[in-house]
Design a protein around this ligand. Structure first.
Ligand code: MLC
Length: 501
């Protein structure tokens, strides 16, 4: 399991730097293990049992990482939450998961107090000021751990919420076996090494930043240098410093780095691996990176429910516009989504995935879990694509109604539900308009309610009160009607063509 490998590194190279946050002292593997062990004892003292959900809504910081690893160590389920979620969303996640405890930023305490009466399952709250305060809190606990680490590959390690086209967000259950399968596959494919140094700029409440990047480095016994948030200028300076060998980003980050270069050339070819994922890498950025940075970005494809599925090769052709081939241990196929029948190479269908990395389903949602899988156990990704005769896959859009903005998924129905609560909205449709920096921007087309005062800024602010900022529409346009088919279903493709061009 992934914890065993980490324990080996902590034992064998205790003095090596595991993680360092900018402007903070380095944390060695030995110190990491000690504080994780202390944190695990603290969780047990708080009454946390195997299988309990531990919700964590913290900025990117060491206590988040300690809690994640300690939760896995005691067999509890780690539930990371975006710090940008407003209280309405936080309340939903805590209630749906029946989380037993929430770790949150001290600054959020007054707001969180207001939702507590609606959360009977939440027994404890812990507010954290800083990494130092966490270390002080657990200092009296033992730094040793003698109990066995979880051995059941089906034991749930994490629950990651992902929105749905027809439902409220649902918690994907990621097991210890899923994490282990993922990280082993990536190590083989990307040649992770213990002398790698990762520049980590991603959020850590998602698969990309937590599993692909952080677990990747920890599993290799490598060192991670972390920025608490992405900052293009700081990242470019660090990348030029020749201290790093690995960097991972979403296309919006790569776009900002490329724009920052402003036509100047920087040779970053000393980095042995620079990856792009979470959204399609535009062709011009792929070529722009080659010209500006002397780097061929490695594009890969994954999702919350699976971690990583497909990847361009470390050695060999990194094909522009393609997400590469299945990772070791991953099976992929392209099917007719109506019948689940495999399609010939070159024809577009739904990409389906199977392997030990595919999550075990959705928390307390047996129907949604069943619907996500075919009769013979393949995961329906909802992404359309084709397989070329030489085995490379290319994605060609989405079967589901989904917007990806800055590497984050936004499900229009979730935004439409909020919009419909606004008194000035009679009907609405939310779409993604193409955008150079963000990939797509969220736009709402609204039919105003007769007589009501409709105001773009006010409607955007209304949504921000109830949704994380990245989900809220950036633009609102008012229309007299929305294009619908004979059954009354809004034709989003036509709307997109009419509005976004
Ligand atoms: C921030 N904003 C966004 C946004 N991120 N709006 C739309 N989409 C986003 N993704 C808002 C802010 O709230 C702010 O609004 C405004 O945009 C500008 O903020 P910023 O400071 O310029 O943005 P920044 O904080 O720098 O964030 C941009 C970003 C961030 C690209 C660094 O979005 C990010 O870290 N994205 C990575 C997401 C990720 O890790 N995805 C992986 C998912 S896992 P205002 O109006 O308040 O100013 C997955 C599986 C897989 O998908 O395969 O990897």
């Amino acid at each position: 399991m992934f914890l065993d490998t980490l324990a080996d590194h902590c034992r064998n190279q205790p003095d090596k730097v595991a993680i360092q946050f900018v402007n903070s002292p380095p944390i060695t593997y030995g110190a990491l293990q000690s504080t994780v062990n202390r944190t695990a004892h603290e969780l047990l003292a708080l009454g946390i049992q195997p299988g309990d959900r531990i919700a964590v809504q913290l900025p990117k910081c060491m206590p988040f990482i300690y809690l994640h690893l300690a939760a896995a160590q005691i067999g509890a389920i780690f539930l990371p939450l975006n710090p940008a979620y407003p209280m309405t969303e936080l309340r939903y996640f805590l209630a749906d998961s029946s989380a037993r405890i929430l770790f949150a930023d001290r600054q959020k305490q007054p707001e969180i107090d207001t939702i507590l009466p609606e959360l009977p399952a939440l027994e404890s709250l812990a507010f954290i000021d800083s990494a130092d305060s966490w270390e002080a809190r657990v200092a009296s606990r033992s730094s040793e751990w003698s109990a066995p680490l979880p051995t059941d590959p089906d034991q749930t390690a994490m629950m990651l919420y992902t929105s749905g086209t027809t439902s409220r967000p649902k918690g994907a259950l990621i097991s210890h076996g899923n994490l282990t399968a993922n990280i082993r596959a990536l190590h083989r494919a990307w040649g992770w090494r213990d002398d790698d140094v990762l520049l980590h700029v991603l959020p850590i409440f998602h698969v990309h930043g937590l599993v692909v990047a952080l677990h990747g480095a920890l599993h290799a016994g490598a060192s991670t240098f972390a920025l608490p948030a992405f900052d293009a200028a700081a990242a470019l300076e660090l990348l030029c410093s020749r201290r790093f060998s690995v960097f991972m980003g979403v296309p919006t980050m790569h776009r900002r780095l490329h724009q920052l270069a402003g036509g100047r050339r920087f040779d970053l070819s000393h980095l042995r691996l620079m990856t792009s994922g979470s959204d399609r890498l535009p062709d011009d950025l792929f070529f722009g990176y080659q010209k500006t940075f002397n780097v061929t970005l490695l594009e890969r494809y994954g999702m919350t429910e699976t971690g990583m599925n497909l990847s361009n090769p470390l050695n060999g052709e990194r094909r522009v516009g393609s997400v590469g081939k299945p990772l070791p241990g991953v099976s992929a196929r392209v099917v007719d989504p109506a019948t689940d029948t495999p399609m010939p190479d070159g024809e577009v269908g739904e990409v389906q995935i199977s392997g030990a990395h595919v999550c075990m389903g959705y928390w307390q949602q047996p129907q949604l879990t069943a619907a996500a899988l075919t009769a013979d156990g393949w995961l329906r990704t909802g992404d359309m694509g084709l397989r070329e005769p030489d085995g490379y896959y290319t994605l060609k859009g989405r079967a589901k109604d989904l917007i990806i903005t800055g590497g984050l998924n936004v499900y229009p129905p979730e935004v439409e539900l909020v919009l419909m609560e606004h008194p000035a909205v009679a009907a609405c449709a939310v779409i993604g308009c193409p955008d150079e920096e963000w990939g797509e921007q969220v736009l709402a087309a609204i039919i105003p309610r007769g007589g009501a005062d409709a105001d773009e800024a006010e409607i955007c602010a209304f949504c921000r009160g109830q949704l994380a900022p990245y989900k809220a529409p950036r633009r609102v346009i008012f229309v007299d009607e929305l294009p619908a088919n004979a059954l009354g279903k809004i034709q989003k493709a036509k709307l997109r063509a009419d509005i976004c061009g």
